[in-house]
Design a binder for this molecule. Sequence first.
Ligand code: SF4
Length: 282
Amino acid sequence: MEYKASEITAKYLRSRKIPSTACSGCGLGMNHKVVVQAIGELGIEVADVVWGTSIGCAGRQTFATWKGDGFAGTHGRVYAIARGLRIALPPEKKIILTVGDGDAFGIGLMHLIHAARSNADMTVIVNDNLGYQSTGGQYGWTTPQGSHTDSSPYGMFEHNLMSDGMDVMHILKGAGATFLARHVAMDGARAVETVKKAIENKGFSLVHMPYPCPTNFGSRELGSRNQVNIYKWIEKQAAPLGQEKEDTVWATGIWHDASNSRPEFSEFVHETLEKIRRTGSI
Ligand code: SF4
């Protein structure tokens, strides 16, 4: 089903939280719209979703915008809370998390790996503003090499999860994630289609979504808060998978789709416990 932006807002989001307090020109709203649009097009209702958020710009600006049930996790711990909820909630209830890059790929990486390992049914949207922007603009674990930030005035030179051929997606794939994808905020309808697939996977899905932060990242790296500059800068360094160029930082599209190929965490736990009750063994 096709939705206009105003219809999405009215149906799924709390009007008192819109517009958010994000800086003018922040790309986070584009990512949020992609996810809510995907939910709408799948015909999912407000009551069908529990929405979790984390710390930082990504969590702060999306917290409590969802009209239905939601929760906020401490930094990096939202995946552990979601795994607990997965056990407690009916299997048809969707769990969607919006988190930042520092939360997912920094302090929370171990919890994230265990959510992937167990194939817990949840959809994690990593809104990546290319560093720690809510604390003023320090580099993080997916900040592109050479970028100038508050803590890398000569350019980001520390090896991270997106340098020297490394990609955080490989770590998550190795951990057992059953759906992995990446889109930049400007991917629009392409990103909506991907997020729909992520939500439909009965298992652990993650969509990595770099977006423009004009206030901190843009002003340090490009010398101005001009929103168009940072939007173009990100767009220039993104390319669909298979069409990467030498300077491509973000290869976009579906990285790994093994949807519904492994037992889902909560179903597996409940089935195993039931068997133990019946037979006294696993
Ligand atoms: S600091 Fe950057 S990422 Fe955070 S709300 Fe402002 S523009 Fe968006």
